[in-house]
Design a binder for this molecule. Structure first.
Ligand SMILES: N[C@@H](CCC(=O)N[C@@H](CS)C(=O)NCC(=O)O)C(=O)O
Length: 241
């Protein structure tokens, strides 16, 4: 049975798993789980993971959730090149440090901006209170400053001269607010140079292919039906209340 990846390409962690698998020529079956249609709440997907979030993976009778766990599994199973997840003690610790920090350290703040700037007004027609927006921007700026000053510093990549899982996981999160019209790279030349290196490493074709769906999210969110909106309302209101 072929390895299955359950993905919605509007999701940042799904894009990192997708890029990782494609870049390493790992064969897989793409199983689309539409977040906007609420398919991740369905009975079928619950059998893959009761966590009810994408990405998820099935390899025979083995199911796994969480993007980082999936990529580490794939790296080990398919013996991907050493640079992705180096075995040297300190290098690996630094990759793990970033991967542990990023969930709350940057993903949360970048996602919040994406929701507040794009999906909340578009999906709900709701106005976001200015103080909520200001606070979210302040938090994102703090995250980006840490990414530049603590993690990237003056190195080509987060852990030094080579691309690792840390850079892949970082780029998909850092770029998410850009699709809501916020240019996070403006006035951040160091971050911009790092982005260019990471994108060049991944390759323009694969990078663009992975981001095609999110680029069109504005039109797609406008086509949502009311039942799908109901699924997301509690989460959306928690952001603006
Ligand atoms: N820590 C998880 C995060 C997974 C996650 O939050 N996925 C989102 C999409 S980006 C999701 O499925 N959300 C559905 C929901 O919250 O109901 C990972 O890295 O895989």
């Amino acid at each position: 049975m072929a390895l299955e990846l359950y993905l919605d390409m509007k999701s940042q962690p799904c894009r990192s798993v997708y890029i990782f698998a494609k870049k390493n020529n790992i064969p897989f079956v793409f199983k689309k789980v539409s977040l906007l249609k609420g398919e991740h709440f369905g009975e079928e997907f619950k059998k893959i993971t009761p966590i009810k979030k994408v990405p998820a993976m099935r390899d025979g009778d083995f199911c796994l959730a969480e993007s980082i766990a999936i990529m580490q599994y794939l790296a080990q199973k398919f013996q991907t090149p050493e640079f992705w997840y180096p075995t040297e003690l300190r290098q690996r610790a630094l990759v793990t440090e970033y991967l542990s920090w990023q969930h709350m350290g940057i993903r949360l703040n970048g996602s919040k901006i994406f929701w507040l700037r794009l999906l909340v007004p578009k999906m709900l027609g709701a106005e976001v209170p200015q103080e909520k927006m200001d606070l979210a921007l302040k938090e994102l700026n703090g995250s980006l400053k840490l990414l530049e000053e603590k993690f990237i510093q003056d190195k080509p990549f987060i852990v030094g001269d080579n691309m690792t899982l840390a850079d892949l996981v970082a780029i998909v999160e850092v770029i998410q607010p850009v699709f809501s019209g916020l240019d996070v790279f403006k006035e951040r030349p160091k971050l911009r140079a790092w982005r260019d290196r990471v994108q060049a490493f991944i390759g323009k074709e694969l990078f663009d292919e992975a981001h095609e769906d999110i680029m069109n999210v504005q039109e797609k969110s406008a086509m949502l039906d009311a039942s799908a909106l109901e699924l997301w309302k509690p989460m959306i209101f928690s952001l603006i209340m």
